[in-house]
Design a binder for this molecule. Structure first.
Ligand SMILES: [Zn+2]
Length: 63
């Protein structure tokens, strides 16, 4: 969307707003879209009905 941003923006956890380098894509019953959360929030969401795990997101590393 934003053509000005060259860098991959940092993502923050939808649950606790923490910015972390590794996030988990999850979905659950009350949440129809995929959301990215940190490990702690993922563990909490795991207990929700309809929990689905959609993979891990890692901040891109430059070599
Ligand atoms: Zn979190």
């Amino acid at each position: 969307m934003g053509k000005r941003s060259r860098q991959k923006p940092e993502k923050h956890c939808v649950g606790c707003q923490a910015i972390v380098a590794e996030m988990f894509r999850v979905k659950y019953q009350e949440q129809s879209d995929w959301i990215l959360v940190c490990k702690a929030c993922q563990l909490a969401i795991k207990e929700q009905d309809g929990y689905q795990y959609g993979g891990t997101w890692k901040q891109a590393k430059r070599n």
